[in-house]
Design a protein around this ligand. Structure first.
Ligand code: SF4
Length: 96
């Protein structure tokens, strides 16, 4: 469950709301790219990073991952997505 500070939507407290959105959508999205590191520095200072990451993981279309969100790159979110899938899905087993 995502807790909303003081009963308000967590987005109210997002640090990215006050900076150029382009910072979070660099062309080079490798984890060690300077532009990604810049975006991640903002995210790691953000008071709603956990809520942000939980929200994107719950609703992001795996085929359309882009940008730095919740201090993660698309590849990092893909890895999180795979790690949180039940083992039975990863093995390819089908329930009867
Ligand atoms: S963690 Fe990053 S992307 Fe998420 S709300 Fe905060 S600044 Fe924005």
């Amino acid at each position: 469950m995502i807790r909303e500070p003081a009963g308000r939507d967590w987005r109210t407290f997002a640090l990215c709301a006050d900076v150029d959105p382009e910072i979070f959508y660099p062309v080079d999205v490798r984890a060690d790219a300077p532009a990604v590191q810049r975006a991640k520095r903002i995210c790691t200072s953000c008071p709603v990073q956990t809520s942000c990451l939980l929200d994107v993981m719950a609703g992001e279309d795996p085929a359309r991952r882009w940008g730095v969100i919740g201090a993660t790159t698309p590849d990092e979110r893909h890895a999180l997505f795979l790690a949180q899938r039940p083992a039975v899905v990863r093995s390819g087993a089908v329930a009867a």
